[in-house]
Design a protein around this ligand. Structure first.
Ligand code: PEP
Ligand code: CO
Length: 449
């Protein structure tokens, strides 16, 4: 009944949001080269993530997916990667401790270099330029040459992903993520704030709990769960040629995996049921996500579940809702009900960022912390009403002290936006706002039980 799938079967379907590469010969050469490169992740790791997400689907774990809107070729340093990891670890440990369930940690990292856009061109001053589509495609500088899609950037994205992943593996397995260092994850500029102090209190409780376990004779030294964490990678599978070039057959199972990341997602703009993105991702064995905006119908969601997860494997499909603080509760409920009634084992995650973006008076794209919290609140209330599990959050953040989103405990205002506005795409929560958000989310979900 279903059409045959191959890693290139997407090519016969309409693919939206693809760059107009000026030289197809150059593109072919770049993709051929990438196809010879080693995989970035292994199929077995993708399967471990899928099993962990299966626990989320059944209400026994929580998903924290977070990172940059778009990674940058310019901001590529060990410090940058470490600070992002640090805030993700801080959020995860607070969520785990307060909610009492494991937190599955997935970065928007090591491959998040391509952006879907609402228009093909933008006006800067009085010149019309091709739009910036992420560092994997072109450069954001405001001139024609910079904006020309360059396939060499696909190769560079691969190499930056490999180095980023290498460092992530070292940090997460080599001591940095050791629970005994829970205090050290608090950066100086965070530690002095109210959120930072609250974090210190919980960290002290965790230390006491570890001491208590040791006093009871539990060997905390040799238990790797206390010294290492799994942080998985994810990005939007947008540039399908790149994804295909990294799709490899698993020697153990014979299945195909997109080895560019552990988890891939389909964006709000590329989720056509008869389109190339869904065609490509339906055939790979990785856990996959799909963004769901406020216009999504029940029929579409049920079709999506059948297309992407016909075997109903728990953890295979994460539906990432991004509906806007004002709409989420009433828009989400019929979808939750319908999916629940079919018995499809999906993970429901809340992206409270993308439908709450607006332009501030000074022209900066921004989001208000209160709207972000309101969307998560509506998401949790909808789940509470339908008896389903609010499985996770999908957040754009950075470990730096940037001023890109308004509000939060430090009360960032319009005037503050220019101080440190550094994102190459959408506005991100800074480390303090992210930690604050983790506390609020833990309280919201805990109140439920
Ligand atoms: C994103 O996650 O950065 C994004 C573009 O989201 P969406 O597809 O939901 O707009
Ligand atoms: Co974004």
């Amino acid at each position: 009944m279903t059409r045959n799938w191959t890693p290139s079967s997407w090519q016969s379907m309409p693919a939206v949001q693809q760059p107009q590469w000026p030289d197809t010969g150059e593109l072919e050469r770049a993709l051929k080269q990438i196809a010879t490169f080693p995989p970035l992740v292994f199929a077995g790791e993708a399967r471990s993530l899928q099993a962990a997400l299966g626990q989320v689907a059944s209400g026994n774990a929580f998903l924290l997916q977070a990172g940059d809107c778009a990674e940058s070729f310019e901001e590529f340093t060990a410090v940058n990667i470490r600070e992002k990891l640090r805030v993700i670890l801080q959020m995860a440990v607070m969520l785990t401790y307060s909610m009492g369930v494991p937190v599955v940690k997935v970065g928007r990292i090591a491959g998040q270099f391509a952006k879907p856009r609402s228009a093909n061109t933008e006006k800067i001053g009085n010149i019309e330029l091709p739009v910036f589509r992420g560092h994997m495609v072109n450069d954001p500088a405001a001139h024609e040459d910079a904006r020309r899609p360059n396939p060499e950037r696909l190769v560079q994205a691969y190499h930056q992903s490999a180095s980023t992943l290498n460092l992530l593996r070292a940090f997460t397995k080599g001591g940095f993520a050791d629970l005994n260092r829970v205090h050290a994850w608090n950066q100086e500029f965070v530690a002095t704030s109210a959120e930072g102090k609250r974090y210190e209190q919980v960290a002290a409780e965790i230390e006491r709990a570890l001491a208590f376990m040791r006093a009871c004779g539990v060997d905390t030294e040799t238990n790797s769960a206390l010294h290492q964490v799994d942080v998985y990678t994810s990005h939007e599978a947008l540039i399908l040629g790149y994804e295909e070039a990294l799709t490899r057959q698993d020697s153990l199972t014979g299945g195909w995996y997109d080895c560019s990341a552990h988890m891939l997602w389909i964006g709000e703009r590329t989720r056509q049921l008869d389109g190339a993105h869904i065609e490509f991702l339906r055939g790979v064995g990785n856990p996959i996500g799909c963004k769901i905006g406020k216009e999504t119908s029940v029929d579409f969601v049920l079709n999506l579940c059948e297309t992407l997860n016909p075997s109903r494997i728990p953890g295979r499909l994460t539906l990432i809702t991004r509906m806007g603080a004002d709409h989420v509760e009433e828009t989400l409920r019929p979808l939750l009900r319908a999916v629940r009634d079919t018995g499809h084992p999906v993970v429901w995650a809340c992206d409270p960022m993308h439908a709450n973006t607006f332009t501030a008076p000074n022209g900066r794209k921004t989001r208000h912390f209160d709207d972000i919290i309101r969307e998560i609140t509506g998401f949790v209330l909808a789940h509470r009403a339908e008896g389903t599990w609010p499985g996770g959050i999908h957040i754009e953040l950075t470990g730096d002290n940037v001023t890109e989103c308004l509000g939060g405990a430090e009360g960032l205002s319009n005037d503050d936006l220019d101080t440190r506005y550094e994102t190459v795409c959408d506005p991100r929560l800074n480390a303090r706002q992210s930690l604050d958000l983790a506390f609020r989310v833990a309280e919201l979900i805990r109140d439920k039980n």
